[in-house]
Write a protein that binds this ligand. Sequence first.
Ligand code: NAP
Length: 250
Amino acid sequence: MHNAVFAAAALDWRFVTFDIVPGGAAAAIGSMAVLDIGGFAVTMPHKEQAAGAVDDVDPAARALRSVNTVVLRDDGTTFGASTDGRGFVDSVVAAGHDVVGMRVVVLGAGGAARAIVDALGRAGADDISIVNRTTATATEAARLSDVAHVGVIDDVAQADLLVNATSIGMGTDDLPLGPAWLRADLVVADIVYHPLETALLRAARHEGAHVVDGLGMLVHQAVLQQELWTGLRPDPAVLRAAAEAELATR
Ligand code: NAP
């Protein structure tokens, strides 16, 4: 996906993957200047260590204690950001829905859900209800925003936006909630993107709801990563086409 943007912009950058040994994120970040690595996209399980290893972080990374993007700045210092949550918000906005003032139900309280709760709060959502199988993690996620709280599934009846941030539906036809909760005036976003049209999105479309698929979050968080690394804002359509092509091979 990132290489498609570098090619489209004729940038002499390459995106390559490294397997980092457990606990090796700090050493990898420390080697950036020597190896002339401009940036990292960090995946689990290294996000927390990366947050502690960089010189400076953005507010989302500080709140989440998690970094998914590292930039080597011109002065040799490193900067860490968490782009997942804002990428999610940007994907909802790009689909034509303003999150300011929205009442939201987030299903799930894992790493992705936490980033989304944090970003929705910063973006001006009015109320964020977190519904999760394990209450303790929902309670912890609710601490990320003043407008967030642990909720119950009935909150969907008052919501403008429903987000599936659980892994339910990944490679299966399972639904994260009963289809009776879906209605035409609800925006339904699924962050699961394999399959691209999850059972939840299919059921939501059937009810006439507005749907936002999980590739939107992946693409828009990558837009933010590219901007941090190169200073250039890429066309989301280039990333989306590359991501769809990659998905088609799975
Ligand atoms: P995670 O930290 O492991 O969290 C998983 C969440 O799903 C937890 O809230 C967990 O509940 C819940 N869950 C899992 N199985 C469940 C079940 N059978 N019944 C009820 N709840 C269940 O994972 P994550 O990193 O947040 O990722 C979640 C999903 O988002 C994954 O499918 C991942 O691929 C996707 N994702 C997409 C993007 C994107 O860009 N679109 C980005 C990141 C992640 P408990 O707390 O009770 O265990």
